[in-house]
Design a protein around this ligand. Structure first.
Ligand code: PGA
Length: 250
């Protein structure tokens, strides 16, 4: 299955002035990790994060990007800007961006294409709401989200995409999907990818689970066949907790 990747998603937490020391702490506490370790930070923290990660195994990611190359888009940040800073990863289509910032399956696809074209590694988020889960449409909804996100992306490029399955009802709520619930959807995602491409391509794609993953539940989730890592919000803000999750990914 895909390469194991544990990525922190700081969201709108931590200050630029806190970033250098924190990333250094993460690097020290996760030294020798068996998986890729990524800190995704707010735009204003990225330069300090890259400076701190330099010469360590830690990779830095952004939490968003714009799909245009450049131009009159006040307040937006392009792939070239992120690359110029030394950023490797970028989260695309997080449910909070879909909900509060009008991201759609179409913008997620455009951003994923742009990231790949420029050489950033996209972490593409998909997930269902509680209503959708209770209505029994989880797999069909996620199938649609995956198909839309990967539209016009070649098999070679698809292998560079990380998919994060994040049930919206589990994000920041302390309500984790059970390992079986998470595995069921991650396996369904792998199936959809195998249909879009082929089994080898689907097997090469890293599929993360995200949603209240923490030091206590990470090992059980990460033991599942189709869960190749985690996208971690709250628990990525404490280096101790984050390092326990990283240690569980092998
Ligand atoms: P959480 O957030 O770990 O705080 O639930 C995960 C995410 O939104 O990526």
């Amino acid at each position: 299955m895909g390469k194991y990747i544990i990525a922190g998603n700081w969201k709108m937490n931590k200050l630029p002035s806190e970033t250098y020391d924190f990333v250094k702490e993460v690097a020290a506490k996760t030294a020798g990790a068996a998986c890729e370790v990524v800190c995704c930070t707010p735009y204003v923290c990225l330069a300090e994060a890259v400076r701190a990660a330099k010469g360590t195994h830690v990779k830095i990611g952004a939490e968003n990007l714009h799909f245009k190359d450049s131009g009159a888009y006040t307040g937006e940040v392009s792939a070239d800007m992120l690359l110029d800073l030394g950023v490797d990863y970028v989260i695309i289509g997080h449910s909070e961006r879909r909900e509060y910032f009008a991201e759609t399956d179409s913008t997620v696809n455009q951003k994923t294409i742009k990231a790949l074209e420029k050489g950033l590694l996209p972490i593409v988020c998909v997930g269902e709401s509680l209503e959708q889960r209770e209505a029994g449409v989880t797999v069909s909804l996620i199938t649609d989200q995956i198909k839309a996100a990967f539209a016009d992306i070649s098999a070679d490029d698809a292998k560079k995409v990380v998919v994060a399955y994040e049930p919206i009802w589990a994000i920041g709520t302390g309500k984790t999907a059970t390992a079986d619930q998470a595995e069921e959807v991650c396996a369904a995602i792998r199936n959809v990818l195998a249909g879009l491409y082929d089994a080898d391509t689907a097997a090469a794609i890293t599929i993360q689970y995200g949603g209240s993953m923490n030091a206590g539940n990470a090992a059980e989730l990460l033991a599942k066949e189709n869960i190749d890592g985690g996208l971690i919000g709250g628990a990525s803000l404490k280096s101790e907790d984050f390092s326990v999750i990283v240690a569980a990914a092998k």
